[in-house]
Design a protein around this ligand. Structure first.
Ligand code: HEM
Length: 106
């Protein structure tokens, strides 16, 4: 999931390059386009991601050994130059469609 292992690689690229494609989050479907935020500086992107991951009670979902995203991770990811479609493929491949796991069992 976003906040867990492998989540840094995905969420950094999500904010850097945007996202296009149908996604499901906690049982609700979305099919929009998030724009790229690559015009922001590395430290700004790291800061906004860390803010989102730790505010509004989201920290309850973080692993105990959670480490904040650091600007050098953002700098390194820029070289990938992904399209929003490639970020979507990354989400599909890496099981970022995590929300199934959070849905209560019947
Ligand atoms: C820079 C701050 C932002 C952060 C940290 C952020 C973060 C996120 C996250 C975590 C997701 C869910 C991705 C997933 O579940 O795999 C998402 C999706 C989305 N975001 Fe953002 N977002 C930001 C800014 C924006 C802005 C300003 C817009 C609108 C102009 C936007 C539009 C969207 C849309 C439409 C989706 C769903 C895309 C789809 O249906 O495929 N985001 N964003």
């Amino acid at each position: 999931m976003l906040a867990q292992e492998g989540g840094h690689a995905y969420i950094v690229r999500l904010v850097l390059f945007g996202l296009t494609g149908a996604i499901e989050v906690e049982g609700t479907s979305y099919n929009g386009s998030m724009p790229s935020w690559s015009s922001l500086k590395d430290d700004q992107i790291a800061a906004v991601i860390n803010h989102v991951l730790t505010e509004w009670g989201n920290d309850a979902q973080l692993p105990k050994d959670f480490k904040p995203v650091i600007p050098s991770e953002v700098a390194a990811a820029r070289a990938d130059k992904l399209t929003p479609e490639q970020v979507y493929a990354m989400r599909q491949q890496s099981g970022q469609g995590e929300t199934k796991a959070r849905r209560p069992r019947r």
